[in-house]
Design a protein around this ligand. Structure first.
Ligand code: SF4
Length: 402
């Protein structure tokens, strides 16, 4: 019996396989590097341009002339070669891809480490470097070592105020930042996690070093994809050999934070209450989806944030839905600032980085030293913890009203 990765990659764990890539993704940062590599390898033709997607998300709109020139060059290349191109304002590449562009069982390769996000659909989805991406542009395929698999059973229902982000931080804390290096994680179990929550959980697999983080497609996957006009089939689970098996009881998951400067340094929010904050940031490929914005709005509605707060919808579709439902209005009226759909300050280049000595709370997936501001500190949390903390201007437990 095979793991889901073995079934999709058609090889036994530990073996090397040549695969055809169903979807190849690059963004404004890695896309230009891939273009340079593509030219250096003197490749002439793009193989299957309809399977290649370039999404501008990392520094959008361009922050200076150098960035603008590089973006213009890659944009021209994408148009000339018939590549599926999404310009500024479309959103974070992983969110845009999750909006009806990936099916269960596909092989998805992205020039970005959080490509593991699409494992939520039961796809084998992983990140590569820019030169590997250039090679995929030229040949349509790549090679992979079929990973061993860790099984994490997610059982039960999350309590009020606990969220999929708390689950993600919990399992990363449990495995450690290198606990799943070059392994796949399969998430199974009886639970009521929806697609947006699964995307958050798969997104953070790389924070434990994992190559991929997969859920088996099921009725919820099929329902979600039907909304985008896509037909999908559930994937059957099989008895298979895992290298490690863990169970997380969702009923016991409390709101947690990752403490600077490690994603796997995870502590209950209640242990850290009262730490003053200079900024709260809600967004990214981890927690910038509609449900995340709604959770934030549900807490801040009718109140004022006490600290500068930046909210960046993960995509144009998320922004539009938040506009239509009034979620955006609630957020703006609370005093928060809205950024262009995309990565926002997540990579420390644009749209709200912190100054030296400042302390932030973010719904992103990484709090590495200097990532979102040189000399700054970032705690990572769920959107609900971020909302209660924004209202207090300090780290605050969800449920404790200011
Ligand atoms: Fe990377 Fe952050 Fe953008 Fe996600 S939102 S792709 S983690 S920079």
């Amino acid at each position: 019996m095979s793991t889901l990765s073995e079934r999709i990659l058609k090889g036994e764990e530990g073996s090397f396989v040549d695969v055809k890539v169903d979807r190849a993704i690059a963004h404004d940062g890695t896309g230009i590097q891939a273009l340079t590599a593509f030219r250096e390898m003197e490749a002439k033709k793009i193989c299957n341009p309809e399977r290649i997607t370039i999404i501008y998300d990392h520094i959008v709109p361009a922050n200076n002339s150098t960035t603008a020139d590089l973006q213009a060059e890659l944009r021209r290349f994408a148009f000339e070669r018939g590549i599926d191109f999404h310009d500024i304002g479309s959103g974070v590449c992983h969110q845009v891809m999750s909006e009806g562009r990936v099916l269960p069982g596909e092989i998805v390769i992205g020039a970005d480490s959080h490509t593991c996000t699409m494992g939520a659909f039961g796809a084998f989805s992983t990140g590569v470097g820019a030169s590997d991406m250039a090679s995929i542009w030229a040949t349509g395929g790549t090679w992979l070592k079929v990973p061993e698999t860790i099984n994490i059973r997610l059982e039960g229902r999350l309590p009020r105020f606990s969220e999929p982000k708390d689950v993600a931080l919990r399992y990363v804390g449990m495995l450690g930042a290198d606990g799943a290096t070059y392994k796949a994680i399969e998430f199974t179990g009886e639970n009521d996690l929806g697609m947006e929550g699964r995307l958050t959980i798969s997104n953070m697999a790389i924070e434990a070093g994992a190559k991929a983080g997969l859920f088996y497609s099921d009725a919820e996957t099929c329902r979600y994809l039907r909304e985008y006009g896509m037909d999908a089939e559930p994937q059957k689970t099989e008895d298979c050999d895992y290298v490690r098996e863990e169970t997380l009881d969702l009923d016991d998951v409390e709101p947690v934070l990752a403490v600077p400067h490690r994603v796997d340094n995870v502590k209950p929010v209640s242990d850290l209450e009262g730490i003053p904050l200079d900024q709260v940031f809600v967004g990214t490929c981890t927690n910038g989806r509609y449900e995340d914005l709604k959770r934030f709005a549900d807490v801040v509605r009718g109140k004022k944030v006490k600290v500068r707060t930046v909210v960046v919808p993960a995509s144009r579709a998320v922004l539009l839905r938040a506009m239509e439902t009034g979620v955006l209005r609630d957020i703006v009226e609370s005093g928060a600032t809205i950024g262009t759909p995309g990565c926002g300050p997540c990579l420390g280049a644009h749209q709200g980085v912190l100054g030296e000595g400042e302390v932030g709370l973010s719904t992103a997936n990484r709090n590495f030293k200097n990532r979102m501001g040189v000399g700054a500190e970032y705690y990572l949390s769920s959107p609900t913890t971020a909302a209660f903390s924004a209202l207090r201007g300090e780290i605050a437990s969800p449920g404790v009203r200011p």
